[in-house]
Every structure is written in structure tokens, then in C-alpha cells.
Design a protein around this ligand. Structure first.
Ligand code: 5GP
Ligand code: MG
Length: 177
């Protein structure tokens, strides 16, 4: 049964405005300070590509692919399937995420980059679902706050599909098929 992804929640125009606003805020706060941008693969690749082209400071960019496993302990464990190629020591770092839900992945990733000696670690997310939060973490730069719905498009997938949509869609079960 193919899921129904026809309902647009956020248009491509709204996304463009959001990215411009977030970039303005980062440009204002950092000025000419060089920034190491770390998009979290895979979902953040489109947002990061749009964002970095609007940033005005010198930008270094490197990717990480991580996932978190949360067992009995509340802290959880970070699994790194692609690590950085660069040293974060002494650098101002901006983690770029597609969406924050529980917050487990980001809180573990942020702590790891702090432990590695980054001068500062901030978080920029395209979308935020605060109702899903299970750990106390907030983005420093947040694009659009959403209710607790599952979204696809603009980098976000369902089983690897729909990342290419230019807008954000809600996934519904399609009873008709
Ligand atoms: P969490 O904050 O729960 O640790 O993990 C957030 C990650 O789960 C996101 O980076 C994203 O990969 C995935 N995720 C959370 N909410 C959604 C959603 O609504 N749609 C999609 N496609 N992925 C989501
Ligand atoms: Mg992600």
C-alpha cells in the first residue's frame, strides 16, 4: 500500500523564507567569525545546502552520520556511522539538523563535540517538534515549529523515499489502495 503524501504542510516558498530568516540570525550573531558547519546526514543535506549559501562568514563544512540508541539508561548511546574528517578543537561549530523530535541524537552529538574540544557548539534545525521531546535540549536556531506529525520532503524521508520534494508533506495511510 503506497502512502498518501499529497497533503502539503509547508510550501517551498515558506521554506525559502524560513531559511533566509535563520541565515540572517546566524549572520547577525557570528559576524565574520569562521564557522564549522556539520550537517547530520542524511536528512539535513538539503537544508544545509540552502543555508550555507546564505551565510556570509568563512564556512568549513563536514558531515556526520549518527544515530542514537536509548536503552534502560536515560543517557543513551551514540552510534557514529560516518565521523568527521576534520578536528573540531578550538572551532565554533554549528550542527545542522533536519528535525528535532525526542532530542536524544542531538544531545549526545552535542556533548561529543564539546568533549572533543570545540570552542562552541550550537544547533540549527529546520523543523522542531517540541511535543516529542524526551531530553532537555533546544535548538539555538529553529526554522519552523511543528505539531507532533510525521513529515517528509526537503531532505526528510520515509523508508528512503520523498527526500526530493521541495515542500514538506504529511504522510497519511492510503486506505484506497
Ligand atoms: P530525535 O530528535 O528523536 O533523536 O531524532 C530526530 C531524527 O529522527 C531526525 O533527525 C529525523 O532523522 C528523524 N525524524 C524525527 N521526526 C521525523 C519526521 O517527522 N519525519 C521524518 N522523515 N524523520 C523524522
Ligand atoms: Mg536526522
Amino acid at each position: 500500500m503506497k502512502p498518501d503524501t499529497t497533503e502539503i504542510l509547508i510550501s517551498a516558498d515558506e521554506i525559502r523564507e524560513m531559511v533566509a530568516r535563520v541565515a540572517d540570525d546566524i549572520n547577525r550573531d557570528y559576524g565574520d567569525r569562521p564557522l564549522l558547519v556539520i550537517p547530520v546526514l542524511t536528512g539535513a543535506f538539503i537544508f544545509a545546502a540552502d543555508l550555507v549559501r546564505l551565510l556570509k562568514m568563512p564556512i568549513e563544512i563536514d558531515f556526520m552520520k549518527v544515530s542514537s540508541y536509548v536503552g534502560q539508561s536515560s543517557t543513551g548511546k551514540l552510534t557514529i556511522s560516518k565521523d568527521l574528517s576534520v578536528d573540531v578543537k578550538g572551532k565554533d561549530v554549528m550542527i545542522v539538523e533536519d528535525v528535532i523530535d525526542t532530542g536524544f541524537t542531538l544531545s549526545l552529538l552535542k556533548q561529543m563535540l564539546v568533549d572533543r574540544g570545540a570552542a562552541s557548539v550550537k544547533i540549527c534545525t529546520a523543523f522542531d517538534k517540541p511535543l516529542g521531546r524526551k531530553v532537555d535540549i533546544e535548538a539555538d536556531y529553529n526554522g519552523i515549529t511543528l505539531p507532533d506529525v510525521f513529515i517528509v520532503g526537503y531532505g526528510l524521508d520515509l523508508d528512503g523515499m520523498y527526500r526530493d520534494y521541495g515542500d514538506i508533506r504529511i504522510v497519511k495511510d492510503n486506505e484506497e489502495q
